[in-house]
Design a binder for this molecule. Structure first.
Ligand code: LMR
Length: 334
């Protein structure tokens, strides 16, 4: 090879290396809900902040509404590195082998967002996220959605009203136990399939925060909605640990900052987004919205509280007790 060819060769190689180095790092962020939800907005906010703070060195591609993967598949895709970020609901970590997250599904364990934040924004929440590392997953943050309500095609006022109903649930043993405590037949199903299952009568009813109910148009196929607020639904934002640990330290720090800002935003908008969705459900006029009386609430609570003891062996009595201690919840007082 003559010297001129060698120089040209080196120049071409150097150019390609620089071009390669300038390629942005792509984060595929997949989720299953609509854009116009607390999680949908927070994912877009994270994208904006991550791209701004890294000066375009990171590009975040958000795939909403199960367009890329459904519930179970997205967990597998993250572990395989096909996507880099997800925010599955806390009820979906059992199949990954970290069943302690199902503590968040216990009915009535949190009365409001303030009680919940004592856990999700404190050391107990962090300790749970750290458990994911053994699965090759890094937990970055908790994002709120809200408190769930029951829906069906018949009024749901008393525990007896639930008997024999096929109720769609997320993949959580606690939710299974909760539905069985009411005499319902729980059916695990991917979120993307719920609307059709309700429409065709494969299931009779379900539970979700109103933002999910409304944006999936479930209110069009559910005649009755009871504002039971019997349990919490929120998210853990997670990434592939190998991907995260392999990022240049300065980029990782900027992404951590973007995640911090997105988390503050997510938790600020969650309640308002659900209130807005409730107004929209009422305005649509297809669903009768019912607010339970104090007695009805108590009857539901009494019927559901046995889930706490039934699930002790799965989740860990100590974990449940430590949450009671933080929030002041006392099942004996019911
Ligand atoms: C559900 O499956 O009902 C929810 O987890 C969906 C979600 O991500 O909010």
């Amino acid at each position: 090879m003559n010297i001129r060819k060698l120089i040209v060769g080196i120049a071409v190689a150097a150019f390609s290396l620089t071009a390669f180095a300038q390629q942005p790092i792509v984060i595929k962020f997949s989720h299953v809900v609509a854009n116009d939800t607390p999680k949908g907005h927070a994912a877009e906010y994270f994208k904006k902040k991550a791209e701004e703070l890294t000066g375009g060195k990171v590009k975040v591609e958000v795939y909403a509404n199960s367009t890329l993967y459904k519930d179970k598949e997205e967990m597998e895709a993250l572990q395989l590195g096909a996507v880099q970020m997800l925010a599955p609901s806390l009820a979906k970590f059992g199949p990954l082998g970290v069943k302690e997250f199902e503590v968040f599904d216990l009915p009535y364990i949190f009365d409001n967002y303030d009680e919940l934040h004592k856990i999700t924004q404190g050391p107990a929440g962090r300790a749970l996220l750290d458990k994911l590392e053994a699965k090759g997953v890094k937990g970055l943050a908790y994002w709120d959605n809200g408190f769930k309500s029951f829906s069906a095609n018949k009024p749901l006022r008393n525990p007896e009203d639930f008997k024999g109903l096929k109720m769609r649930i997320q993949s959580s043993k606690v939710l299974e136990s909760q539905m069985r405590a009411l005499g319902s037949l729980p059916q695990v199903m991917a979120f993307s399939e719920v609307y059709q299952a309700l429409q065709t009568g494969v299931v009779d009813g379900t539970e979700n925060p109103i933002s999910n109910l409304y944006t999936q148009k479930m209110h069009e196929v559910q005649k009755h909605l009871t504002l039971s607020e019997h349990g919490y639904l929120g998210y853990a934002v997670i990434t592939n640990k190998k991907f995260w640990d392999g990022l240049p330290a300065d980029i990782r720090a900027k992404l951590e900052e973007a995640m911090k800002q997105a988390t503050t935003y997510a938790n600020q908008i969650a309640k308002a987004e659900n209130d807005k969705a409730l107004d929209a459900v009422k305005a649509a006029g297809k669903t009768q919205v019912y607010t339970p009386t104090a007695q009805e609430r108590m009857a539901l609570k009494k019927a559901l509280i046995k889930t706490h003891t039934d699930m002790e062996s799965r989740i860990g009595k100590d974990l449940i007790q430590s949450i009671y201690k933080e929030t002041g919840f006392d099942p004996a007082k019911l």
